[in-house]
Design a protein around this ligand. Structure first.
Ligand code: UD1
Length: 420
């Protein structure tokens, strides 16, 4: 196992290129199951979650070649339809193969994702919607066993709650269904939009892309003809590095970024006193005269993302006053709080709500990464803590951040990966 050792107190400066979006690449890779041709996907981040899904596609019989952020996938020889527990348990997003396998083969088995570090995270909405399209689903021995021998049939589906991967699964289901599928209360995240655009470019009419109501005109089982895909920039990685600039009160520039996708994050940083220079695909953050406290409630896109909550809790430790942050999407997503407290942060926690009392000094210590975004919050805190912070279990970080320490060190941070 590896840890990151961070010497705090360095100012950052310079430019950093944002990687492709992990959360966009995952559904795109899964969608190649319903492609009739070999598909090239550019700007794929080389992170563990992507390697996991690529491995799953290979286990199903697909052929892949992943090199220099470009992934070539040919799923024409896929014959297996079972996503086993040992893969799914390491990455919940494996659930994204459920709809494409079912739509193409008429049956599949996907292990239930089970418990997860940030709450129970059920997949009931995915299953209910597929049942409305005619799928027969049973849960047996920890597996979702789905069948639709005569193919999926278009339906009108209303998601009780907005779900990102749920919407993505149903867009893929609708693409191969017979007739028209309408999805009400669809998620609006940029990753959902990119998947819809890719499937539209592959020959499926989709109306309402970018709105809560998506109408998909299915091919009735015919596989799709995919074009080359360029994955959109990772808005959460971008937001995390903006927080690195902010927490060290430094000027840094992000390149290859989509400013529109990080508006909610930039708005909150502006409220805290940071200034910005924004152009088409570059964002520069300038230091604040005084870092002000902030109030945040997490919500669905385009509002403030839950995936940026932990980083702002870390940042709030440097604000002049009390910040109030509420997590509305996931229960149990404040595990970074205990670890930040080990560094000396003054944080009061009440279930899904925290008050962060800023301006206390953070002091380096050993801390434990608990989930992907919580881990990045600990790294951010380490950048300003006095002395050395050692973040253990960084395999969580490796799931979603490409070359994290190289990127931070290029900006002047002192971060070292060491074997425990
Ligand atoms: C995706 C992102 C994740 C992000 C989350 C919320 C990917 C691979 N992951 O996760 O990084 O934190 O969106 O922006 O894109 N829910 C149900 N039943 C379901 C599905 C969801 O109750 O069947 C609930 C969840 O428990 C949660 C809420 O709906 O409270 C939203 O979850 P969802 O949007 O589905 O998250 P993911 O797609 O898993």
């Amino acid at each position: 196992m590896y840890s990151l050792e961070i010497e705090g107190g360095e100012k950052l400066s310079g430019e950093l290129q944002v990687s492709g979006s992990k959360n966009s690449a995952l559904p795109l890779i899964a969608s190649t199951i319903i492609s009739k041709n070999s598909v090239s996907i550019n700007n794929i981040p080389d992170v563990v979650d992507i390697r996991t899904l690529v491995k799953l596609i290979e286990m199903l019989g697909g052929e892949t070649n992943f090199d220099s952020n470009r992934l070539e996938i040919n799923t024409s020889k896929v014959t297996k339809t079972k996503a086993t527990y040992d893969i799914v348990r390491t990455m919940r997003a494996s659930i994204l193969v459920l709809a494409p396998l079912l739509a193409r083969f008429g049956h599949c088995e996907v292990s239930l994702p089970g418990g997860c570090a940030i709450g129970s995270r059920p997949v009931d909405l995915h299953l209910k919607a597929l049942q409305e399209m005619g799928a027969v689903i049973e849960i047996e021995d920890g597996y979702i066993k789905a069948k639709a021998p005569d193919g999926l049939v278009g339906a009108e589906i209303t998601f009780e709650k907005k779900t990102v991967t749920g919407t993505e699964n149903l867009v893929m289901a609708g693409a191969l269904a017979q007739g028209k599928t309408t999805l009400f209360n669809s998620a609006l995240e940029p990753e959902v939009i990119q998947l819809c655009e890719v499937i539209r470019d592959a020959g499926v009419q989709i109306d309402g892309i970018g709105t809560e109501t998506l109408t998909i005109y299915g091919t009735g089982g015919e596989l799709l003809d995919f074009q080359t895909i360029d994955v959109i920039p990772d808005r959460i990685e971008a937001g995390t590095y903006l927080c690195a600039g902010a927490i060290t009160n430094s000027q840094i520039t992000l390149t290859s970024v989509e400013p529109k996708h990080i508006e909610a994050t930039i708005d909150k940083l502006e409220e805290m006193g940071f200034r910005f220079d924004i152009s088409e695909d570059r964002v520069t953050i300038f230091p604040a005269k005084k870092i002000k406290p902030v109030n945040i409630v997490t919500a669905e896109y385009p509002l403030f993302p839950t995936d940026m909550q932990a980083q702002f809790v870390a940042l709030a430790t440097q604000a002049d006053g009390v910040s109030r942050i509420e997590e509305r999407l996931f229960e149990n997503r404040f595990m970074h709080v205990n670890e930040l407290q080990r560094l000396g942060a003054e944080i009061d926690i009440d279930k899904n709500y925290v008050e962060v009392h800023g301006l206390g000094e953070l002091r380096g210590a050993d801390v434990m990464a608990t989930d992907l975004r919580a881990s990045s919050a600990l790294v951010l805190a380490g950048l300003v803590a006095t002395g050395t912070t050692k973040v253990h279990r960084i395999y969580h970080l490796d799931r979603g951040y490409e070359n994290l320490e190289e990127k931070l060190n290029a900006l002047g941070a002192k971060v070292k990966r060491i074997r425990d």
